[in-house]
Design a protein. Structure first.
Length: 132
């Protein structure tokens, strides 16, 4: 079962999204693996691979193995203490939402967390560990 209902996808697709105000900052170069915690679903895997880039540049990829969904990540800069990334899914669109935002923040050491936002609403929480 896909992690997004049809109604949620329609609402998101019809929303007018504008990225948050951001400051110019590079996205950290890292590879992460972790779990997504979304209401109504058991935790599922996420893999994120990022390279250094500036806002507006494609800086990495995202993969959700259980749903066979993957796509690219574009930097939106830094806002409210988090690296902001635009997620565009291009494989598995029938199983995952096409576009969202990931707000990535360091928790402690190699532990990072993220919030996945659909429109401007929190959709899921992510716990990540640096893999490389």
């Amino acid at each position: 079962e896909a992690p997004l209902s049809t109604d949620q996808a329609k609402n998101f697709s019809n929303s007018s999204y504008s990225p948050p105000e951001s400051i110019q900052a590079p996205v950290p170069h890292r590879e992460w693996g972790g779990k997504v915690n979304q209401s109504g679903y058991p935790p599922y895997s996420i893999q994120i691979n990022l390279k250094h880039c500036s806002p507006g540049q494609v800086c990495g990829s995202v993969n959700y193995p259980e749903f066979q969904c993957s796509g690219k990540l574009t930097s939106l800069g830094v806002a409210n203490g988090a690296y902001r990334l635009r997620e565009n899914i291009n494989k598995g669109l029938d199983r995952c939402i096409a576009e969202s935002e990931i707000a990535l923040r360091q928790i402690e050491g190699s532990s990072w967390g993220a919030t996945i936002l659909v429109g401007d609403q929190p959709y899921a929480e992510v716990s990540l560990k640096k893999t490389r």
